[in-house]
Design a binder for this molecule. Structure first.
Ligand SMILES: [Zn+2]
Length: 393
């Protein structure tokens, strides 16, 4: 059994390890900037998604093609896809990091893990699969099976852990009923604490946040421990910064900015100061669980999702504070008007009164005046993959 937990190193020892690994990563990427301390990283240029696209398909690889064990890809729905290569050692480290994340969440050898993250070009399914197996858990690779079939498997096999997107968890909540679920590891999409509390109530589990992106590795960058108070970054493998999106200057603890990640150990495709486009904040205060790694707060959203300075997550917080509102919603952005489409939790809720309450809350809390359309329960589109929360009309 491999070691899957950090032995609570002092942060200074961690920084020494990071510096050593950073020098190796910079050399691998052929970055010539001398780095005496971690702060010197600020003098190294950023890497962007456009840089990756420009190198399609394999221009970002730093190993010969015959050393690539696997190639994943982004979906390419928002432009040219990006190919992400892994050596065998990259895959081994990925499995270790996922095992560490799952163990921190409370998964143990023998735990039954229902994995509904998609297997395929994207990284979610494989990441959770490899990590759970490495930990000695029992994995049910359920992605792609119909919702009712998955619900039956969760009940009949007594799954204790559910790994999926929060929007898929919301769909399961409609059909699951009683189960043995204890832990939900929800990632791949932005979700708010409010949605987490609603999922906890509906599914009878503890909702934990997990973060990663395929360009960097996939899931396994950061994940919440069982206490659920911020995502522990696997800092021995990823150096994280939060920068002001306008000035690109690094920000301190708890300041909201864009997350920038440098991979410290990846062989096939090291990334230096990769601008994720994700807006969040960091804390380096130790967690009550005893781990000393920095923690990411839940994501506000992606820079690109900003609706005139406002984020879908802020609308979700207000919407789901209304107990009569269901968990599925869509924001339609028109040329001059925002429309929020949502559903009542069930048919006992008066739709027009619900629409009035939601509109009043959005006006009061966000200064928004959207059209609120309450559709019949179960009628809004549900995606088997990533939820489409924002539609441009
Ligand atoms: Zn913790």
């Amino acid at each position: 059994m491999p070691t899957t937990t950090i032995e609570a190193p002092l942060r200074s020892a961690l920084h020494e390890l990071q510096l050593r690994r950073l020098r190796t990563a910079l050399a691998r990427r052929e970055v010539a900037v001398p780095v005496e301390t971690l702060a010197d990283l600020r003098r190294v240029p950023f890497t962007t998604k456009d840089d990756l696209r420009a190198q399609y398909p394999l221009g970002m690889m730093t190993v010969p093609t015959d050393e690539l064990a696997r190639l994943h890809s982004s979906s390419g729905t928002s432009g040219r896809p990006t190919i992400v290569g892994h050596t065998y050692r990259d895959l081994e480290i990925w499995a270790d990091l996922m095992a560490r994340s799952l163990e921190a969440a409370g998964v143990r050898p023998g735990t039954i893990v229902h994995n509904a993250y998609p297997y395929g070009l994207t990284t979610g399914g494989f990441g959770f699969q490899q990590g759970a197996e490495r930990l000695g858990a029992t994995v049910v690779p359920a992605a792609g099976a119909p919702l009712e079939v998955q619900a039956a498997l969760i009940r009949d096999l007594g799954a204790q852990v559910l790994c999926c997107s929060p929007s898929f968890a919301a769909q399961l909540a409609d059909v699951l009923g009683d189960s043995a679920l204890e832990i939900g590891l929800f990632g791949g999409e932005m979700w708010t604490p409010r949605l987490g509390r609603r999922l906890e109530a509906a599914l009878g589990l503890k909702a934990l946040n997990t973060y990663g992106l395929s360009e960097v590795i996939g899931p396994g960058v950061a994940s919440e421990c069982h206490l659920g108070c911020g995502m522990h970054v696997n800092e021995d493998h990823f150096l994280v910064e939060v920068v002001d999106p306008a000035t690109l200057e690094p920000l301190g603890d708890d300041a909201l900015g864009e997350l920038v990640i440098t991979t410290l150990t990846r062989e096939a495709m090291p990334l230096i100061r990769y601008r994720t486009g994700d807006l969040t904040s960091l804390t380096t205060q130790p967690c009550a669980c005893g781990r000393v790694t920095a923690r990411l707060h839940s994501l506000l959203g992606r820079r690109a999702d900003s609706l005139g300075g406002l984020f879908p997550s802020q609308i979700e917080e207000v919407l789901l504070a209304e107990p009569g509102a269901g968990l599925t919603y869509q924001i339609v952005v028109g040329p001059s008007q925002l429309e929020l489409r949502c559903e009542p939790v069930d048919r006992s809720v008066d739709p027009s009164a619900l629409a009035d309450r939601i509109a009043a809350a959005l006006r009061k809390q966000l200064g928004l005046d959207p059209v609120v359309f309450v559709a019949p329960p179960g009628s809004l589109p549900r995606s088997p993959g990533k939820a489409v929360r924002v539609v441009h009309a």
